[in-house]
Design a protein around this ligand. Structure first.
Ligand SMILES: [Zn+2]
Ligand SMILES: [Zn+2]
Length: 413
């Protein structure tokens, strides 16, 4: 009895294990209540990452690629996702056997997403609208820590009062000016008795061949309205300067085209004292890829005699300590590598299950400042000190240089 119970439990555990391994949400590295945009972005990153073109002869990557597109195919379809949430893989499979369209080829899905296949979703015949592109400047600290930010832009929306018909009662009628053709023929006389026929879009109906009976009061018949539209932007830590964040199909809308993408180009803001409320030294770091650069100034005494420390406040306010014990010399221009104190390395799969945390390096260049003014007495004392030790311990720069004693004889013409 006990053995039976244990066996049943084991079987149950095994079945669950098998399902867990393929959980669509886990495959995409997203939450169960993930939104549309986040889902798309997870798919975009992972499908690019595991695409066979990028991973030739790698079967595991190929399997992942298929797994990722299967997961996205189900979760991006509202209906299938509901079935999956309720009944799991079996539910989705039996629903599919009942018919219904299925893309199934992961490469079709991929080219749908990135173009290149020439086919896009939505009704055919409409051109694709322009991408809307913006440049957004953010601070180095935001690149380092990541940030959830929001910006607004004046986006064109399909008028929701008239559902994009331009008509108050949603009724449209044939344009009488062009007789529904959308174009009008004009005759131009270019010489006595000689005419040229030209065709141009009808400006009464804007070339559509139909116009609203009663203009929508909201969009005045133009079918679209512009309004300030907020966009939530999640900037992942370590993302590259100049990187573009793409919002699929979120550019200007129109009934005449498929909406293009909203593309936000990230740029690093120039550091300034005013823009540094937390008094971070790191604000003045210079970034090169995953590495950071910093110049530290030492006095002659510090560079020569050692026994100094510096606390540098990094971009997330943690402190990086530099220093030398007494007797440790730092040469002017010397570069110290502080391993792991650079930028967080950004991975295409972001915070998903495949993410690793790694950092670049911090390179500190030391500059030494010599005193240009000295107390007369101090100068005298130093001089005596040099003279005393020069004879005993001084180095002969000429001898040390290894160059010949006599200057080489030049060929005199
Ligand atoms: Zn017309
Ligand atoms: Zn309207």
């Amino acid at each position: 009895m006990l053995a039976h119970g244990a066996l049943a439990f084991l079987l149950l555990a095994l079945v669950q294990l098998a399902y867990c391994a393929q959980d669509y949400y886990k495959v995409l590295g997203v939450d169960r209540n993930v939104g549309d945009r986040e889902l798309k972005s997870a798919y975009r990153k992972l499908s690019k990452k595991f695409h066979p073109d990028k991973n030739p002869n790698d079967d595991t990557a190929h399997e992942k690629f298929v797994e990722v597109s299967n997961a996205y195919e189900v979760l991006s379809d509202e209906n299938l996702r509901t079935i999956y949430d309720r009944y799991g893989h079996d539910g989705v499979e039996s629903h599919r056997q009942g018919g219904g369209p299925r893309q199934h080829n992961p490469f079709d899905l991929f080219s749908d997403f990135f173009g290149g296949g020439g086919q896009r979703r939505g009704p055919p015949g409409k051109p694709r609208g322009r991408d809307a592109e913006f440049k957004l400047e953010i601070t180095l600290a935001d690149f380092y820590n990541g940030v959830d930010t929001q910006f607004e832009w004046n986006k064109q929306h399909i008028c929701d009062h008239c559902d994009g018909t331009g008509s108050a009662d949603r009724k449209v009628e044939k344009c009488s000016t062009c007789n529904g053709q959308g174009v009008v023929i004009i005759k131009k006389q270019f010489a006595p008795g000689m005419f040229q026929q030209m065709q141009r879009p009808c400006d009464v109906c804007d070339g559509r061949g139909e116009k609203p009976k009663n203009k929508c009061p909201h969009c005045h018949g133009s079918r679209v309205v512009r309004k300030q539209t907020p966009v939530d932007l999640k900037i992942e830590r370590g993302i590259a300067n100049g990187e573009a964040v793409v919002f699929e199909e979120e550019a200007d809308e129109s009934p005449d085209w498929h909406t293009g993408n909203l593309v936000v180009h990230l740029a690093e803001k120039r550091p300034s004292m005013e823009d540094n409320p937390h008094r971070l030294d790191g604000v003045f770091f210079r970034r090169k890829g995953d590495d950071l650069y910093w110049t530290e100034v030492l006095s002659l005494r510090e560079a020569w005699m050692g026994d100094w420390t510096r606390n540098i406040t990094h971009l997330d306010a943690h402190v990086v300590r530099l220093g030398r014990p007494k007797g440790k010399v730092v040469q002017p221009g010397q570069v110290e590598t502080v391993v792991g104190e650079g930028m967080p390395k950004w991975h295409e799969d972001g915070d998903s299950v495949y993410h690793k945390h790694e950092f670049g390096n911090l390179y500190v260049t030391y500059e030494v400042v010599l005193p240009d003014q000295m107390d007369k007495k101090m100068q005298g004392e130093f001089w005596d000190l040099w003279e005393k030790w020069r004879a005993k311990k001084g180095i002969d720069l000429h001898k040390d240089s290894g160059r010949p004693d006599q200057p080489p004889v030049r060929d005199e013409l």
